[in-house]
Structures are given as C-alpha cells and as structure tokens.
Design a protein around this ligand. Structure first.
Ligand code: NAI
Length: 318
C-alpha cells in the first residue's frame, strides 16, 4: 500500500515548537509538505516568547531534507501566520490549530486574566488562523482544518473552567466550519488528544507518559487532512496511545408534556425517569429533529443543506 503523501501542499501547524505540534510538523515535512512551523515560544502558562522553539524544529526538518519556515507570531495574529505560508510557499492547504496553554486554577480563585488569556489563545487564536486561511481555501476549493479540543472540554476538569470552556468551544466551532466549508471542499474535524508533552508532564507520571507518545496522535490527523478524505467532516475524535474513537451526542427518550397550565415543575418531576432514560437513545445531528418532537410538530429549516443561507428577512437559528 502506498503511503499518504502531502507533496506540493502547505501545512500550517500552530504551536509546532514542541509536543504534538512538533510531531505534526516533522511528520508532514517527511511526507513531502511545505510546513509553516508557528510557535510563540513562551511558557506553558503563556508567559514570555522566544524564536528558539520554532527555529529548532525548522532546523531539524531542513537537516532531514524537508521544507519548513518558522513563524513566531501568537496565534492571535492569525493573518501573519497564514501570510508566512503564502509568502514562502504560495498557498495553504491544511491548518492544524494546535497551539495551547494552561492557566489551571480553582474556579473560586480564577481571575479575569486567567479566563481571558486561555480564550485568547485557544478560541480567538483558532478563529484568527482559520479566518485568515478561509478565503484561500474557498478560492482553491480545497482546505483541511483540525481544531484541538480536550477531554477537559468534553467532560469538565477540576481547576480548568477556563480551559474546559475554550476547548468545548472548539467543537461547536468545528461543526460550523464543517457545514460552511462543505460546498468548497473544506473539511474540518476536531480531536481530543492525549499525549506526553510539557503540558501533561506536570500531571501524569513518567511510566504513563511513555505510553502516550505524540507520534501516535499524528496518523489520525494525517488521515483526516489527506485529500483522500473527501467526506469525513465535523467529526470529534478522542485519540492517544494508539487508540482512537469518534464521539457523538446521545439523546434520552425524553418526555413530551402538554403546553398548557399543566406544564409545571411537578409534572416534569413525575416524568423525570423518561427525561433521563437512555435505554433507547437516539443520536441527534442537528436542531431540526428536536422540533419534530414538539406537540405542535414545528419544523425547522434544515441547517445542513450545504447551501449559502440567506439571513435577510429570516429568523436566524439561535
Ligand atoms: P505543548 O505545551 O507541548 O505545546 C503547545 C505549543 O503551543 C507550545 O510549543 C507553545 O509555545 C505553543 N503556544 C502557546 N501559546 C501560543 C500562541 N499564543 N501562539 C503560538 N504558539 C503558542 O502542549 P501539547 O500537549 O503539545 O498541546 C497541544 C494542543 O493539544 C493544545 O491545544 C492542548 O491544549 C491540546 N491538548 C493536549 C493534551 C495532551 O494530552 N497533551 C490533552 C488535551 C488537549
């Protein structure tokens, strides 16, 4: 079987100076891609900056005969990162939104600064990079995006209210990019990885980390962003240590109550088992099917038609 190659493509990897980002950068360069190695080079809490982190990776790629260029901007300056791709390689095909920091602190002690910095890097940064790449993707009718969520976002995590919020935000962001990108062959997926890095070194013992090499996250990402993937978009994947699995929403049986004076908290309490009954679940993929449950049988315009919505004079889905 021939290997998946990325010749003549440009892959932008944010936060590529270490951890998962470095593993992506080395892999894609080895498989023929031009790689933009972006890294701000600060601490894992977001303090400071240095060009060294990105330079070391670029040197390693070039020494192995690959093509790479460094960019030292924060992901908050997404335009500058994409501009580096365009200026040096003339195009951008793949964007891996990977850069990240932590500001772990109990919610009781959380400061606005802890909340804001996490959201600036993870939420605003991913947005800025994707926003800058989008016109190029649309014009060439090709683009692949990977955003990076976390188990903390999917399930919550003690001391990570800021990070959890930002990371689950990546899921909704990805789902929407997948919908808006479909018509232009722009595919977006989101991963919740687990891998040894300076980020996890503080919370996991060495013998566990030995079994979680960043390299073992890379192949799934590579498969998702390869041109041979033409359909898989809007997916959420847990990946690490050789295991990978797609996640989806599950809806309980639920209860339908009359929309009159009998719709009281007490009436809901009496139906509480049904509200929470997952014995025969369904797997919702959009808002339209929820409306089908209603007593009035309300219908929602499909949000999945892939057509450019015309919001003028219409009520947006909120
Ligand atoms: P890491 O700390 O080794 O790498 C993150 C890189 O991003 C660093 O090199 C850092 O300098 C860079 N960076 C930070 N802020 C930046 C900014 N504003 N602009 C540009 N670069 C910036 O961490 P790791 O573990 O490789 O994390 C990669 C991504 O995976 C992050 O988004 C993280 O939240 C996510 N993640 C990692 C998990 C793991 O088990 N390692 C678990 C869940 C999520």
């Amino acid at each position: 079987m021939s290997e998946l190659r990325f010749d003549n493509q440009t892959v932008v990897v944010t936060g590529a100076g270490g951890g998962l980002g470095k593993a992506y950068a080395l892999f894609f360069a080895e498989r023929g891609a031009n790689v933009v190695v972006n890294d701000l080079g600060g601490s894992h809490k977001g303090d400071g900056k240095s060009s060294k982190a990105a330079d070391v990776v670029v040197d390693e790629i070039r020494a192995a005969g690959g093509k790479a260029v460094a960019n030292y901007d924060s992901v908050e300056n997404g335009e500058a990162i994409i501009e580096t791709a365009i200026k040096n390689f003339g195009r951008v095909d793949v964007l891996l939104n990977n850069a990240g920091i932590l500001r772990d602190i109990s919610f009781k002690n959380m400061k606005d600064e802890d909340w804001d910095l996490i959201n600036r890097v993870h939420t605003y940064g991913a947005y800025k990079c994707a926003r800058a790449a989008w016109p190029h993707f649309r014009k060439q009718k090709y683009g692949r995006v990977i955003n990076t969520a976390s188990a903390a976002g999917l399930f919550g995590s003690f001391g990570q209210a800021n990070y959890s919020a930002a990371k689950l935000g990546q899921v909704g962001f990805t789902e929407t990019l997948a919908k808006e990108g479909a018509k232009y062959n722009i595919l977006a997926n989101v991963i919740a990885p687990i891998a040894a890095s300076r980020m996890t070194a503080t919370v996991m013992p060495p013998d566990v980390l030995d079994n979680l090499k960043p390299d073992w996250v890379v192949p799934l990402v590579a498969a998702l962003v390869h041109s041979s993937n033409t359909t898989e978009s809007g997916g959420i994947y847990e990946v690490g240590g050789g295991h990978m699995a797609k996640l989806r929403w599950e809806r309980a049986k639920g209860a339908l109550l009359k929309t009159d004076d009998s719709l009281t908290p007490g009436a809901i309490a009496r139906k509480w088992n049904d509200v929470n009954d997952f014995s025969e679940p369904d797997y919702p993929t959009g808002p339209a099917d929820f409306m089908g449950f209603l007593e009035t049988g309300l219908k929602m315009p499909s949000a999945q038609s892939g057509e450019e919505p015309d919001f003028k004079g219409k009520v947006a889905l909120v």
